[in-house]
Design a protein around this ligand. Structure first.
Ligand code: FES
Length: 171
């Protein structure tokens, strides 16, 4: 039987939209968005933990929704807009969530922080004034091996009070 044969060695050129920029890259059919972000685009803020969809360290936003980038093929991501932690700050100003993480000591080893921030950014975008339960649900797929969940939730609630891009006076 004749058919198209795909080899995992063959690369395809794709245009990836990441943090508002277009990157032309060649990707293999089985290459994950996570690996392309880190190894081809140099965006190492997104972390690789389990590489299995369990830990949430690799969370990015794809068309505004949080996804585990270790489970998304780069060729599929080329159809959407990707936002990574490097794209959170704007015009040299940290996002209120980043300010609040610093102010509330919501970072210990920091490995989970980029993924946490992206999950929480998605939450605040759809629910600007979440309850603590909503915050905890939003980060249910993000594991913190230091156990810093309460400070992370405190920071998220403070950021929500400050508004999506408001003054940090209210943090
Ligand atoms: Fe993707 Fe753990 S590295 S979920």
């Amino acid at each position: 039987m004749r058919g198209v044969r795909y080899s995992s060695d063959s690369s395809t050129p794709v245009a990836l939209r990441v943090n508002g920029k277009t990157y032309e890259v060649s990707v293999k059919p089985n290459e994950t968005l996570l690996d392309v972000l880190r190894e081809k685009l140099g965006l190492t803020g997104t972390k690789k933990g389990c590489d299995l969809g369990d830990c949430g360290a690799c969370t990015v936003l794809l068309d505004g929704k949080p996804v585990n980038s270790c489970l998304v093929l780069a060729v599929d991501a080329a159809r959407g807009e990707v936002l990574t932690v490097e794209g959170l700050a704007e015009n040299g100003e940290l996002h209120p969530l980043q300010e609040a993480f610093i102010k509330y000591g919501a970072i210990q080893c920091g490995y989970c922080s980029p993924g946490m921030l992206m999950s929480l950014k998605a939450l605040l975008d759809r629910e600007p004034h979440p309850t603590r339960d909503q915050v905890m649900n939003a980060i249910a797929g993000n594991l913190c091996r230091c156990g810093g969940y309460h400070k992370i939730a405190d920071a998220a609630l403070a950021a929500s009070r400050a508004g999506n891009r408001g003054s940090d006076d209210r943090l």
